[in-house]
Design a protein around this ligand. Structure first.
Ligand SMILES: [Zn+2]
Length: 265
């Protein structure tokens, strides 16, 4: 037993502490390659599409897609191949996965009521991917020894317990019944990066504040799925307010250009 723990610690040291840093400069332990994470994202998205009903509302899907594509167009050096699916579900939830996948639930549109508010959620989700938070979560789970082993990550998806854990680590906890919430520092990082992305895409960053206000007002006693994997805290809104001045110039500059208007028709 001790040997096993020791080996995990050594491998965590060898593969983990190799100077990974998040976009905000925070040290990260990432045990998986980006190719492995992309495989995991792709396999998880396939599974979501097979298990969850997909919205047949074309206008609504186009509306959500329009917002998502404006956001992902702002990612530097991105191949621009993001796939979006609008799931038909009362869940107040959304996610983004490594490899370029975004899932939005129709239930979210009742809380994210305007294009700018929806852009705040999508920007936040995409920021989790850009900052390798999924990799960090799976790596943490592995170091804690929650039954994961370094193996072919895609093959491991066949094993239900591993699959659920991987998917939970990617922020899909509400759907696999195993919540592995993002940490506070990851949430705050996704807020800051997401805010910049939405502003650069021409969405009013102030909407991030009203979005989280809507979220806490509407969730009441039964917290939304999104909040179970993306825990909020009382500092979130203060932090978002503090970063407004810094991202507002991006928004104002972009607003002068003719942006594609995202609306439901
Ligand atoms: Zn989050």
């Amino acid at each position: 037993m001790f040997k096993y723990v020791f080996l995990i610690m050594v491998s965590a040291f060898l593969f983990g502490c190799n100077n990974h840093h998040s976009p905000t400069g925070r040290g990260q332990t990432l045990l998986f390659s980006s190719a492995e994470m992309q495989q995991l994202g792709e396999a998880s998205f396939k599974q979501m599409k097979a298990q969850q009903p997909i919205s047949k509302n074309k206008a609504l899907t186009q509306y959500v897609n329009c917002i998502a594509m404006r956001i992902t167009a702002q990612i530097p050096n991105d191949k621009g191949q993001w796939e979006l699916v609008l799931f038909e579900s009362p869940q107040v939830n959304a996610f983004a996965l490594p490899g370029g996948y975004i899932g939005v639930y129709t239930g979210l549109l009742k809380v994210a009521k305007t294009p700018d508010q929806l852009a705040a959620v999508i920007g936040h989700e995409v920021a989790h991917v850009l900052a390798n938070h999924g990799n960090e979560q799976v790596s943490r789970a592995q170091i804690k020894g929650v039954g994961l082993k370094i193996a072919n990550i895609a093959l491991d998806l066949g094993d239900v317990s591993n699959r659920d854990l991987y998917m939970a680590a990617l922020g899909l906890g509400a759907d696999v019944g195993y919540t592995l919430p993002f940490g506070r520092e990851q949430e705050s990082e996704a807020d800051v990066l997401g805010l910049k992305l939405m502003a650069q895409a021409g969405f009013n960053p102030k909407a991030s504040i009203s979005l989280w206000q809507n979220m806490s007002k509407a969730s009441g006693d039964a917290p939304f799925e999104l909040l179970s994997t993306h825990p909020s805290n009382k500092n979130r809104i203060t932090e978002l307010q503090q970063h407004q001045a810094e991202v507002m110039p991006y928004y104002l500059a972009r607003k002068k250009q003719n942006m594609r208007v995202c609306s439901v028709h």
